[in-house]
Design a protein around this ligand. Structure first.
Ligand code: TRP
Length: 331
């Protein structure tokens, strides 16, 4: 039987956090055996906000290094750069002509980002979900691992695909969201009721994947908890401790009951130190490999060129079919 196809991507906007790792990349690593996986760097989506060009290039390479360092095997996954596969933007133009302004107007991320970047509400920001739809549909992806914040974009992708299919016959596969079981949402260490975000102002709120051991330990030591001093999972009343338990649980492959038992009768000091140990233990080898890869630009280039090539081959097939169906002349 053919393997199912997975596609996902992350924007190249700077330092990734423990939340990105546990919520996405760590899950991707587990899927590489079972599925045909396409993982891209969404550099074109990054252009919807203003970037320093040199830094954008640097961030794109860093993200590729991180994918590989975190365990995505370039032999098993197609790791590529979105802008290196022109079929995405070509399909995106076509899909724009099958997407209504009213639909895009409802996107909550557009509304949020318009507020945040009030001086730069560009049309790329508005049609962002259409490019994302093209990313997904051009590979006939079955499953798309995304966080909560991208669910609406996946819904519009399905709507666009269904609309096109009903006009021109079966063309696109209708993709499904793949929401990881645990760890889909790691919260801030200082603000445990909102998601750990790479754009958080307070450095103590987030663990960067490149943080030193010392910083990691310091940040966990200072993480917000509560006054009960008992390690118990209760998201509503103990969001801080519950978040730390989730982090520990994913890293140690333990459920909440097991963790409660492990730390029974022990205070937060011991628990926090154990969480920090687990994070350091996981991140150190990743950081080592990441730094090695960044020192070796030729190797990085070989990785993405190989992915780019495979992605182009696959994406061009569907693009051609779409061109033909809508009435463009293809050879
Ligand atoms: N919009 C996604 C984000 O900000 C990134 C992304 C771009 C993506 N294209 C995608 C995710 C296709 C999944 C599938 O996180």
């Amino acid at each position: 039987m053919e393997k199912k196809i997975i596609l996902s991507g992350i924007q190249a906007t700077g330092d990734l956090t423990l939340g990105n790792y546990l919520g996405s990349i760590n899950n991707w690593v587990k899927m590489q055996e079972e599925y045909d996986c396409y993982y891209m760097i969404a550099d074109l989506h990054t252009l919807t906000i203003r970037n320093n060009p040199e830094i954008l290039r640097e961030n794109t390479l860093k993200l590729i290094a991180l994918y590989v360092a975190a365990g995505l095997d370039p032999d098993k996954n197609i790791i590529f750069i979105q802008s290196h596969v022109p079929a995405h933007t070509r399909l995106s133009w076509i899909l724009n002509c099958y997407t209504y302004m009213g639909e895009l107007n409802r996107m909550t991320q557009f509304k949020d980002k318009s507020l945040k970047h009030a001086d730069n509400i560009n049309s790329g920001l508005f049609t962002y979900p259409v490019l994302m739809a093209a990313d997904i549909l051009v590979y006939n992806a079955d499953l798309v691992p995304v966080g909560d914040d991208q669910k609406q974009h996946l819904e519009i992708t399905r709507d666009i695909a269904e609309r096109f299919n009903s006009l021109y016959g079966e063309t696109f596969k209708i993709p499904e969201a793949y929401i990881g079981k645990v760890g889909a949402r790691i919260m801030g260490l200082q603000n445990p009721t909102s998601k750990m975000s790479k754009s958080a102002q307070d450095p103590m709120d987030k663990i960067l994947l490149t943080d030193s051991e010392e910083d990691i330990r310091k940040k966990f030591k200072k993480a917000v908890t509560d006054s009960e001093n008992s390690v118990r999972f209760d998201k509503d009343n103990k969001p801080g401790v519950s978040n730390l338990m989730s982090i520990y649980g994913i890293l140690k492959n333990k459920n909440m009951e097991e963790i409660e038992k492990e730390f029974e009768g022990q205070g937060y000091g011991v628990f926090k130190a154990a969480v920090a140990d687990a994070v350091v233990e996981r991140l150190q080898p990743i950081q080592k490999k990441y730094n090695e890869l960044l020192q070796n630009p030729e190797k990085l280039k070989a990785i993405y060129e190989r992915g780019d090539k495979k992605a182009n081959e696959k994406a061009n097939l569907l693009l051609k079919e779409v061109y033909r169906k809508v009435g463009l002349i293809v050879d």
